[in-house]
Ligand binder design. Sequence first.
Ligand SMILES: [Zn+2]
Length: 452
Amino acid sequence: MSTDNGPDEMTKKCWDEKYYQPEIERMDQEDLKLLQLERLKKVAEHCYRNIPFYRQSFDAVGFNPETIESLADLQKMPFTLKQDMRDAYPFDLFAVDVRDASRIHASSGTTGNATVVGYTTSDLENWGDCFARAIALVGGDSTSIMQVSYGYGLFTGGLGAHEGGNRIGATIIPMSSGNTKRQVQMLKDMGSDILACTPSYAMLIADTAVEMGYDPATDFKVSAAILGAEPCSEGMRNEIERKLGVTVVDIYGLSEVMGPGVSCECRYQDGLHVAEDHFLIEIVDPDTLEPVDEGEWGEVVFTTLTKECSPLIRYRTRDISRIIPGECACGRTHRRMDRISGRSDDMLIIRGVNVFPSQIQQVIADFSEVTSYYQIILSSKGPLDHVALMVETVPEFSFDEVRRIEDLQKRIMAELKSNLQISVEVRIVEPKSIERSEGKAKRVIDLRKAGE
Ligand SMILES: [Zn+2]
């Protein structure tokens, strides 16, 4: 029943991969570990000296940063939680005076205090370098034109990509998000080579271009898209690649740790190389907090190695991933993390079953009749949770035959049931029934509390 809706190789434009910092990106693993150890000592002492929170938490477990002898000593250090960052609002986790910072970013703070992160000039340069590696690996350099359609502002997407473009010397078009027809016009008229935005927005730009009468795969010069800030399933990636005629690379990052560029896929699209000279990655069992074996799934934990203003020790991201064992064909030696399989914060508990929206996305990606525009609506029916999935069809799908629609509904329901062990009411809807997003898509509407 799985249908091949993969990208048409003929329409994907080719590019030659480059390295932005080959001496670091292809560094010998042993040398890299020595560099990490040296930087770990420095950052631990920096935290201990300049951030009372860390002095107290290190003292509480009897940890002295001066005793660090190997990377394994990391295990002796306490974790940092998102709540610790909220409690530190606004500047209690800054290791430098706020007036010595060059810039501040912050999360939206919809569920409590915002998390505030500061960057010194050097922090911004390092951030730019991390993003610039992503630009180089899609063939970009100082002659490239990059359209940045991530939102600019306190959100790290726009200015993070911008910083990367600056470091590599590219021509940047700072579109921010919104005004999608204008985005399409600029993408065409400016002859942009690279598009940077969220996967949802790339999809909307592609669809809008088609509506405006273009075939982006042939009419536009854009050859690569660096997409991040939300999960992108393989099906969605294929759809964007086919519609825009580009190669999509997934870039990962979170504002608490830096922003986009903590890790990025290479052209082999098999895991995201972590910028291991700037970040130490650990995968731990979310229950026991013990490290898992290489290749096993668990919660991703990062320690920043070079940040001056907002360093973090063992920050629990709540993202679930794993380290992909083995070497990558691209020659980069930095280890790869797998695509995020879910975020423990996004996890839905439906009738006692743990479900990630990304699992639902993966199931529908196998049906060629539908697109990756979907929405999950949770409500209460008596004491039980009721789950509805709205999913849009491809434009070619005919709504004239009721039997075809019912058949499709049944097949998707059966597949969801066998994959997720929950009953889902599937509503097949016409294209454009679901509200479009210029940033991160709103995938879940939870009406359960309101209905009580
Ligand atoms: Zn690679």
